[in-house]
Design a protein around this ligand. Structure first.
Ligand SMILES: [Zn+2]
Length: 323
């Protein structure tokens, strides 16, 4: 028996081509689908990766010394020239409503991004089943994904945003006063909103309103004039969808006064960030963040003169959060 086995393996060895001649099928150089679910009371929250965008922040960050910024990147093991930034959107399934908070970039940034519809499908959700979209603000990496080729990507959804936010992006006067680097944002923002406005599918609100039971809106101006945070509460569990309070966690958590060129009003954005981080360190509320590495779910805590990020521990099953 033993000699037969040797004979058999010897024959395989003789018949097998030398390793140098073997060609393997190339693995697909992609990642697994980017969705991650947690439970918030009776709501299921699914973080959706729209993709990641390689951005060099060196010239975009304002208010800190370049040496200081370089050092914080080095501390985080990040080469600024190859810094990938997550674009995260979030689906909240309340059982009776399917609510998307932001919708990614659509086709604005090319193949890197615009993957929210694929990730929804991978997570078992049809785009036609989304009934509500809440925008934190109208920048392209949040609103670009609501529209594709001039048509609504979510044909059965009503779009909600703050009245101040809609007014700002539709105002020619605001456009004329905006930074040169912000001019294109008005073009892409208006294009994203257009088919929803045409279909009478846009609802505005004043910050502070509870737009649905358990969903509170909070004014957080600066990054844009009508920037909104959405706080969801279910069965005593609370999560805050904080929008663009943080763009570069490695830099802006230890030094929250550092702003980014994308801010419409940088001084006001810094003030809002400082206030929000102080509040979150106090409440230790779980937050959902568009531009902290996917899934962008975690807690802010005080560290030294600034703050730090504690991501939720990865769970291979769906766990309750937000106690
Ligand atoms: Zn953004």
């Amino acid at each position: 028996m033993k000699s037969l086995l040797f004979l058999a393996t010897g024959m395989i060895a003789l018949c097998a081509p030398p390793l140098s001649m073997v060609t393997f099928a190339q693995p697909l150089l992609t990642q697994s689908p980017g969705f991650y679910r947690v439970q918030l009371g009776s709501f299921t929250v699914t973080a959706l990766s729209d993709g990641t965008l390689g951005i060099s922040h060196a010239k975009l960050l304002h208010g800190g010394s370049q040496a200081e910024i370089d050092q914080t990147y080095r501390n985080a093991g990040v080469d600024d020239n190859h810094r990938e930034t997550s674009i995260n959107a979030f689906l909240i399934d309340t059982g009776s409503k399917r609510i998307l908070v932001d919708a990614g970039a659509g086709d604005l940034f090319g193949a890197c991004c615009g993957h929210v519809p694929e990730m929804l499908a991978a997570a078992g959700y049809d785009v036609n089943s989304i009934d509500t979209i809440l925008l934190t603000h109208v920048h392209g990496d949040h609103s670009g994904g609501i529209t594709g080729k001039g048509k609504r990507v979510f044909p059965n959804a009503t779009l909600y945003l703050a009245k101040d936010e809609l007014n700002y992006w539709m105002s020619d006067e605001a456009k004329a006063k905006a930074k040169a680097s912000h001019q294109a944002m008005f073009v892409t923002g208006r294009a994203a909103l257009a088919p929803y406005l045409a279909a009478d599918r846009v609802q505005t609100f004043t910050a502070g309103a509870e737009i649905f039971p358990g969903i509170r809106t909070i004014a957080t101006p600066g990054h844009t004039p009508g920037h909104i945070q959405y706080e969801f509460t279910s069965a005593g569990h609370t999560m805050l969808f904080i929008g663009d309070i943080i763009h570069v966690a490695e830099v802006q958590l230890p030094t929250p006064a550092i702003t980014i060129d994308y801010d419409a009003n940088e001084a006001e954005a810094a003030k809002t960030r400082i206030e929000t981080l102080a509040m979150l360190a106090r409440t230790h509320e779980i937050v959902a963040v568009p531009h902290i590495s996917f899934p962008g779910l975690g807690h802010i805590y005080k560290q030294g003169d600034g703050y730090a990020w504690a991501p939720v521990p990865y769970a291979a099953h769906v766990v309750q959060v937000g106690q």
